[in-house]
Design a protein around this ligand. Sequence first.
Ligand SMILES: [Zn+2]
Ligand SMILES: [Zn+2]
Length: 296
Amino acid sequence: MNIPLSQPDGRLSCLHTHTLFCDGKDDVETMCRVAFEKGLWAIGFSSHGPIFRKTGIKSNWHLPDERLDEYIEAVLTARRRWEGKLAVFLGLEVDYIKGLRSAMDPDIRALNLDYIIGSVHYLVPAGGNVAAEPFTVDGSPEELDRGVREGFGGDNEAMMHAYWDAVAEMIALGGFDILGHVDLVKKNNQDGSRFNMESEAYCRRCAETAKAAGQAAGQAAGQAAGQAAGPVVEVNTGGLNRKRISETYPSVALLRLFREQGVRTIITADAHRAEDLDGHYDFARQALREAGYDAV
Ligand SMILES: [Zn+2]
Ligand SMILES: [Zn+2]
């Protein structure tokens, strides 16, 4: 990723956005205009990358395979239109789905995107019920209940471990620039009824994830001969903007672990509407401060 994470004048960006091409509510031009009006220096488009052709998974919230070219053209047209006023970057949010989809897939590499957000939404049941479909951890509680029942014999703790396993596999595989909403598994566990987020097991998974991200960033930095490189962690305010959770992804506690590993961060809104483009950014800044970061 050759995108500066912040500007000397302190202006921020939003590199995690969705439009009408996937599950967002506004078009590319509206997103650019509002980003400019809000004083952001850059906007990046990160439509949910197509999955059907590669995985056979049906979804109504991903960019359809047959609209990929149109999406790219729309973003590149916006880049030309906003030149000199707002930087416009072309990206995708690419799912890691065990054995089925990753940012390393040739069809993704061939696109030469400005950046890629790597995200885990789907879980594939571990070694168990092959009849069970991959399911999302951030969909409705009912979908998650069904996935846990059919794929993990009703064991939410096993589902939690499978989530962090998937994140670890995604980091090890690489190919992405921004680690997306890294503790998304907490979304449907706000009351702690599925698993204990203060348990030794959960905290250990968080620490392992931070360490793996730190190592990946360190390796990439080494390869780029001193240049800052490697995955950065997004401080994602999407859950706050959509009133689903009362904190950022990741939590302050997890951010602290990333800081200890020297992992850099970027604030994003995971905006599905133009009005959310800088939503809860002050909240995110505060979370970063609490975690000991003094820069994004
Ligand atoms: Zn996502
Ligand atoms: Zn997103």
